[in-house]
Design a protein around this ligand. Structure first.
Ligand SMILES: NC(=O)c1ccc[n+]([C@@H]2O[C@H](COP(=O)([O-])OP(=O)(O)OC[C@H]3O[C@@H](n4cnc5c(N)ncnc54)[C@H](O)[C@@H]3O)[C@@H](O)[C@H]2O)c1
Length: 250
């Protein structure tokens, strides 16, 4: 067993969280799968256990709600007694133009993408510290680096940039405890965030902007996260890995 990994936002079968959980399960992690949709988390837990052989636990949890998060991580700790890796993947977007963003929508984007990451990490770090080992991987976005997302407005870009700042600052604070903290910044990944929202012509236009010549797959992002969650990544912290097919190179 490679350890126990907590992955947030893995209920969506075509999503990055699901793909990451599947990959970590195949790499030998037992898994705690958190999603606001508890039924979807339970379905994911069953399917991923069957496919990877991992022991899985599904927990319904809104990562933006402090009470949900502390109850969920208590449940995880009671079941497994350790957390070796945390993947803060749960996220939402909205393609709203600046002039149209209402205060509630701004708050909702930040509640899930930023506060959710903070709350889950705050609950998990003491468990990692107790064993002086941890790997944290946060899911940012190319939108947070270049500004402007195709499927997200200024609130989404701001939130995903906040993920990077949080990652770097936490990396410094936890490095002495054997905990690394890194981020991945995916480009266009073919999940439900895109499916059903673009027709074939628009999809071709999007692919034309990707030097590698295709949209990304959840497994592309999962591979980068799996490295950051591995014991091998001990000397990598405060870093971000772009997974965007060359659509943004810096
Ligand atoms: N798809 C892309 O092109 C892309 C690109 C860059 C970054 N990302 C980021 O990757 C992550 C996953 O995106 P995806 O495309 O797989 O999305 P998705 O919509 O397919 O899956 C997101 C999952 O998060 C869950 N979720 C939503 N709100 C939640 C909450 N409050 N608490 C717990 N779970 C919640 C959903 O139920 C769903 O299962 C997000 O952080 C997203 O911003 C996606």
């Amino acid at each position: 067993m490679a350890g126990v990994a907590v992955v947030t936002g893995c209920g969506s079968e075509r999503g990055i969280g699901y793909g990451t959980a599947l990959r970590l399960g195949a790499d030998g992690f037992d898994l705690a799968l958190l999603d606001v949709d508890g039924d979807a988390a339970a379905r994911a837990a069953g399917a991923i256990a069957a496919e990877s052989g991992a022991e899985t636990l599904a927990v319904g949890c809104d990562v933006g709600a402090a009470g949900d998060v502390s109850a969920a991580i208590d449940t995880v700790n009671q079941r497994f007694g350790r957390v070796d890796a945390l993947v803060n993947n749960a996220g939402i977007t909205a393609p709203t133009s600046f002039d149209e963003i209402a205060e509630e929508e701004w708050d909702r984007i930040f509640a899930v993408n930023v506060k959710g990451m903070f709350l889950v990490t705050r609950a998990v770090v003491p468990i990692m510290r107790a064993r002086r080992y941890g790997r944290i991987a946060n899911v940012s976005s190319v939108s947070g680096k270049r500004g402007g997302g195709i499927f997200g407005g200024v609130h989404y870009s701001a939130a995903k940039a906040a993920v990077l700042g949080f990652t770097k600052a936490l990396a410094r604070e936890t490095a002495g405890d054997g905990i690394t903290c890194n981020a991945v910044a995916p480009g266009l990944i073919d999940t439900d965030i895109i499916a059903g929202k673009v027709d074939d012509a628009r999809r071709e236009e999007l692919v034309a902007g990707v030097p590698v010549g295709r949209l990304g797959r959840p497994s592309d992002v999962a591979a980068a996260i799996a490295y950051l969650c591995s014991a091998d990544a001990e000397y990598v912290t405060g870093e971000e890995i772009d997974v965007n097919g060359g659509s943004h190179i810096d």
